[in-house]
Design a protein. Structure first.
Length: 233
């Protein structure tokens, strides 16, 4: 049967273990604070070498999560601060600053980054343009600080998004430059009659000889203009 002395001895042992753990944790924190002030370019390069690049048309780009990983390897207690600068008329702008705290607890900024996204521009931005802007911004800030920037400051996500938007723009331009269909011409003629507008006025406006010479962009523009006019009595 345990005596009162045995119980006190066990409690003392537990207290010693707790104190020892606290000392170790404090030492680890102090070590990190000291080493972050001595980070070299070689330290960043070693972290970058451990990252996995994403191939985009034969060129390697780093995804944002890989850059964050490299940053945490070098600055485990560093900070990544994001701030929405504005979000007006479907255009969201983010600003990010990254850095670390020195041995005295002072904030040391390494780099900043800025990015913007438009709502509805591209598949992702239809629902997540704010999140996309923040992610791109973080990637650019870390890239400016040297993380995953061997190939480009732009992140893999940023490049992929830009390429997707370019493809959509090209497709839209292609469609707009196509000639109207017979169905489009018949629709336009019916609206002209309904609005009491002479066909020649439309031909003169778009400088074509016949309605069939109109492009889809012309057709869309004409329909928008006619929709604002009152019907013929």
């Amino acid at each position: 049967m345990a005596t009162k002395k045995d119980v006190e001895k066990v409690e003392e042992t537990k207290e010693e273990v707790v104190k020892k753990e606290e000392v170790i944790k404090k030492a680890e924190v102090e070590e990190v604070k000291t080493t972050t002030d001595k980070v070299t370019y070689e330290d960043i390069q070693r972290a970058n070498e451990k990252l996995k690049a994403t191939d985009i048309k034969g060129k390697p780009y780093m995804e944002v999560n890989q850059r964050i990983k490299a940053f945490r390897m070098v600055y485990p207690t560093g900070y990544i601060h994001t701030e929405m600068a504005s979000n007006t008329n479907g255009v969201c702008i983010f600003r990010t600053d990254v850095g670390y705290y020195d041995g005295e607890g002072n904030k040391i900024e390494l780099a900043t980054g800025t990015a913007y996204e438009k709502e509805g521009e591209g598949f992702i931005n239809k629902t997540s343009y704010i999140e996309n802007a923040e992610t791109s911004c973080v990637g650019r800030a870390l890239g400016m600080a040297g993380f995953g920037a061997d190939a480009s400051v732009a992140s893999a996500e940023e490049v992929q998004n830009a390429m997707m938007q370019q493809e959509q723009t090209e497709k839209k331009e292609k469609v707009n430059n196509e000639k109207v269909t017979e169905k489009d011409v018949n629709t336009l003629k019916a609206v002209l009659v309904k609005k009491g507008v002479h066909e020649q006025s439309l031909l003169d406006r778009y400088k074509v000889k016949s309605l069939s010479d109109l492009t889809f962009a012309n057709f869309t523009s004409a329909m928008q203009i006619l929709s604002k006019q009152e019907d013929k009595n």
